[in-house]
Ligand binder design. Sequence first.
Ligand code: JCQ
Length: 247
Amino acid sequence: MIDRNRPAFEYFTHGLGSSGEPPLAMKIDIVTLFPEICRAPLNESIMKRAQKKETVDLYIHNLRDWTTDKHHVADDAPFGGGQGMVMKPEPIFAAVEELRNQTSKVVLMSPAGRRFDQQMAAQLSGESHLVIICGHYEGVDHRVIEHLVDLEISIGDYVLTNGAIAAVVLVDAVVRLMPGVLGHEQSAVDDSFSRGLLEAPQYTRPAEFRSWKVPDVLLSGNHAEIAAWRNEQARKRTKQNRPDLLR
Ligand code: JCQ
């Protein structure tokens, strides 16, 4: 099956944003041996959040399309011995050299990468073109990292079977920060991590559920008191769950 140039979602808009500048746009190319892993989740969440003025252009490519041998081999045994397989350099170089332009950032998803966080997501959301290589098996030939990749990114300290899963996480976190993708522009700003604290607890109706009452202050209408309560709760929760954020 040919995945090349098949958009997972496409949102073209015309004219200028409400602020008068042209709408920001990003092209994203994901290169993976498992394109189907990316397709469904990226069609779902991002399309639902995409707003009119947004332009995001996402393509999911099968790395096997850039293999040139009869059996479309993309991996081989590691030099020096050891278990598992290593991704061969030739198809990865061919794919990226075809897809990239002078402004592209080439990213490799790998547990050996730099740890992804909200700040990195915000930085990447300002790029015009991301080419994301998904690692698999025991890793990729190191010449890819030395001579092709701009940034090795890990989404966390655990090993996945498949870098495509990590790429979905990265794309979702980056695209939701682009102007117009979230319903309320404010919600991206107020999120956990952007202030360095976790979010305060939230409640909705009913005001009493199985005898558990929503804190009175939230029903008081006193916005200064509510803000102070939320601040205190955010600190408490951060101390409990993420003491590393307070240091
Ligand atoms: C990404 N956090 C974990 C697995 C090797 C490039 O080499 C490898 C890539 C993978 C897949 O990605 C992850 C991952 N961020 O496991 C092994």
